[in-house]
Design a protein around this ligand. Sequence first.
Ligand code: BV8
Length: 235
Amino acid sequence: MVQRLVILTGSGISAESGLATFRDPGGIWQRYSIDEVATPEAFARDPALVYDFYNHRRRQLAEPVIAPNAAHKALAELEASWPGEFLLITQNVDDLHERAGSRALIHMHGELRKLRCLACGTVNYWDSDADAGTACPHCSATGRLRPHIVWFGEMPMQMDEIYAALSSATLFISIGTSGVVYPAAQFVAAAKEAGAHTVELNLEPSAGAGLFDESAYGPASQIVPRFCRRLLEDG
Ligand code: BV8
């Protein structure tokens, strides 16, 4: 049978590349409050703090030491060899999947290296700092650029495409996510509803661990390449 594969990743897949996760010890939400930096209200209240929070993370992503790890590369190779339909959905705002070669990719929570103009609506690639004085490269408006990031209380991106893929999936794999944030945490239930075989690959059991048919635990750079090799061998 042709397998229709849908994969969901979270910050755990980028941890071994040197990017902090959110809820692990030392994680981002241990150092910043979501209400201060990751909601529309936070941006309205203190745009400078929010610009700085994302500037800091965008600068870190540009450091030479930050690069795709074996797990990102294994998913790109799996996509290149996969005979059926393939979709990679990431909650991550880093670009390590693209840099590893992934193509059929949806950033449901947005992208760190993009700014959206609230005046003209264009989404601009951006890999340097931004602040309230930064002008939109398309319409030149200033003070109207926001991080192209889905904040809490905002609708994640491309949800129609995501649910269309989940409703016809035969195999769903969740990698490196705590299963705490909705609606991503609900994708495994949608895939099960469609009759998909569901797999969790994570450092430790996530909040939704009991929903998966199969699981393997350990660092993504070890368990993801191993699982991908097995998938391609099983055909
Ligand atoms: C929405 C961008 C509605 C920001 C992010 C009460 C109940 C249910 C839901 C809610 C509720 N109250 C509020 C909500 C809704 C809310 C939500 O789910 N809140 C949670 C906290 C309860 N959700 C939303 O607001 C969403 N929008 O609901 O809209 C709506 C409806 C109609 C119309 C309009 C609106 C929007 C959510 C998106 C928020 N933005 N990201 C940024 O990045 O700055 S989400 C944030 O959490 C992160 O960005 C990340 O994407 C996401 C998930 O985190 P994880 O990736 O899972 O990371 P975490 O640290 O949690 O876990 C890491 C895992 O990796 C761990 O399991 C660890 O064991 C593992 N790991 C670590 N190292 C490794 C590893 N695994 C393998 N190898 C390793 N080496």
